[in-house]
Ligand binder design. Sequence first.
Ligand code: BGC
Length: 876
Amino acid sequence: MLKVGRLRCEYFKNPIGIGEKKPRFSWVLDSDGRGIMQSSYRIQVSKEDESFTNPLWDSGKVKSDSSVHVEYEGPEVLSRTRYFYRIRVTDNMNNESPWSKTNFFETGIFDTREWSAYFISPEEENRTEDYSIPLIRKEFCVNGEVLSARVYATSLGLYELYLNDKRIGDALLTPGWTSYNKRLQYQTYDVTTMLGNGSNAIGAVLGCGWYKGSFGPEGTRNTYGKRAALLLQLHIKYSDGSEQIVLSDESWKYSKGPILMSEIYHGETYDARLEIPGWNMPGFADAAWSPVYRLDMEKSNLVSQENEPVRVREVIKPLRIIKTPAGETVIDIGQNMVGWMRFTVKGTRGSKVVLKHGEVLDADGNFYDLNLRSARQTIEYILKGEGEECFEPHFTFQGFRYVKVEEYPGEPGLENFLGVVFHSDLEETGQFLCSNELVNQLQHNILWGMKGNFIDIPTDCPQRDERLGWTGDAQIFSRTASYLMNVASFFKKWLRDLSADQYADGGVPHVIPHILKPFEHSSSGWGDAAVICPWNTYLCYGDKRLLEEQFYSMKAWVEYIRSQAESGLIWNSGFHFGDWLGLDAQEDSYTGSTSKDLISTAFYAYSTKLLAKAAAVLHRSNEERNYSELYNNIVSAFRKEFFTPAGRLAVPTQTAHVLTLIFNLVEDKDIKRTVDTLVKYLEENNWHLTTGFLGTPYLCRVLSDNNHTDTAYKLLLNTNYPSWLYQITRGATTIWEHWDGIKPDSSFWSTDMNSFNHYAYGSIGDWMYRVISGIDTSEEKPGYKHIIIKPQPGGGLTFASASFDTMYGKVKSSWKKEGKITRLEITIPHNTTATVILPGAKSNIPDIDSDCCMQVSEGVKLELGSGEYFFEYETE
Ligand code: BGC
């Protein structure tokens, strides 16, 4: 039976407070059949009414196979209004589905003028700097039967909201991090059931966060402003049709609270003796509290929440408590994680719990935190001494596996501690498992590298005094990320900040949001995030609107490079990070030895090519033509500059060869030679890589694209230094920043820059999904509307199984190998098609007993519709 499921509006299930005026719908077809394609859809949208008796918009039956990002085309949607929608479809077998379940979307505040609330701050303009975290509150009356109530809120700094002593919502670190002066997100909460009749109390705790805490390269304070503030509007709709609005204004009051310090890098100091019981209950005596200050702030930068907020995703019981040789008591979580510790404790009033967080133990087995640089990552809790006390921090996060218990009344037990893991609440989409346990652990580490670094923005690392949105790291990992979780909205938000922070001449800051010095921008391989990230997001989710939105930014970046490049073609000027952390670096250098001119010009070519493709998708034919021409010119200039007349690539490094091949910069006649040279370099290095941030993501792909899949497997499966699995033999549970974070002699790389949770080298994840299991999308029909399945068993693996939830549903590719026989099971989601390619398949296997089993022979490409299939074939 044909059914419609997994309804999404702008990637979200039943979102409230969206900012889109033309929201898009996506759904998945469910059917037992095979080869199912949608032949029509019908969408009904109803305003504030679930019955659809008089829908606001009925698309009618639309002949179309679109089931992803179908745009609402009804009458203009209004601000702060809930709309219900349902969908039905027909398929190519003449089946008609019933109506789907009813879902909804609710709009946020569309017009700045609807904000009558004021930003209010508990902080005086010229007060002396104080780290303590204030509480603010207000009481109001509810009289009548409440139909619905919504809070719209944001802050300068971070906030937690409470209503009648209960936390509003479960999002952490709100309002998230954006380029605040240009774009400040507000959140929407449904608080209907939290209100009581009569007196109610609403309040907030205001943290410093990215806005004004100690943050960034020099730990500067007040990056965006000096005063924490709240902006809040509570709209209460009564059954008689009336509406009451409670606003943040000068009638609110503030007081100091128990949080003495809470900083992203440094942790939190909390004195439970200073708790104010009932401060958020109606009737609380707040005579001693002081009135807040009203700030006259611009509100035109307010935007509704665009991505999934940060939420607690799991809670881990620690593995063990150890006594180190230095006599320290250290809790081992068993997993390098990001979040904080929740703990319980009993003790006398004024006694303390002090916890320090670190990622690794040193060579002697002692607690190590020198790689955190100035980030203190310390939690200090002062007990009130009233029975069992339970604590978790508020406006901070720690990156850690080990927790040194510096103080704790009595003996800390495992049962007193839990690791609370949080990150952007993205839907996990990928699963990968194979016969090699170390490779499975690698996959696990890649996923945990992502969990720890997708904290509202894509960060480089979550532990030291950095945690910034490094553009290079983000673009390097973006394709892998899109296999593991649905990152479309996450990147959409971050890319909007990238556009917002981009310089007028198109230059792109090294980190987004931009908080570095003004001249710190536009390194090749980093700034290219402006083009690569939107393109990858388009490829993986078919999101044309995002491409359209980012097009200007993409183009500005390419034009920036053109303005910097010699003759507009060879980019040989300016500052570049180069092949960051490449192992062919000079002594004491962070930068691999590949020529920066080559890297920059190669990325220039790549970004220009992608821009031309984006122009084609968006039917911008002039731009398509111009940038295709520019691309051809860059490629010719590149060849002249970096190839000898006889066809040798003149820069003798692995990364130079990798980039030149992956970006198609090699003349056809020289491809074999370039590939052979790369393979020779690997062989000369005892089949080990020397590539850094820019070469590594593409290394295995270049090999498998050029008939050297066996070499790619060799690199993947190396367990000695340097390799992906080397880290695992050293106990890594996340991906390291350096190949030699811990050297074979157990010493550390250095203290100044040695993160054990950096996702960049996790970009091998892309190759694992795309080549080992062979799941890819096609550029012609992106977003997995057409799927390529081209599994490439090898490396002695006896099985590998990957599945991945696309916007159309689950795609799966799972193979087993026994001798020369490969058995492959695949699933192709409905309303998509697939090309199946089986490299090396030699002959048919005649004894096929399943009617789903397909016969294949060498060179055959099978064009298939949706369903489950099973193949058996022989290879060499
Ligand atoms: C970060 C990197 C980043 C780099 C710039 C480092 O400090 O952690 O991941 O891309 O700086 O080269």
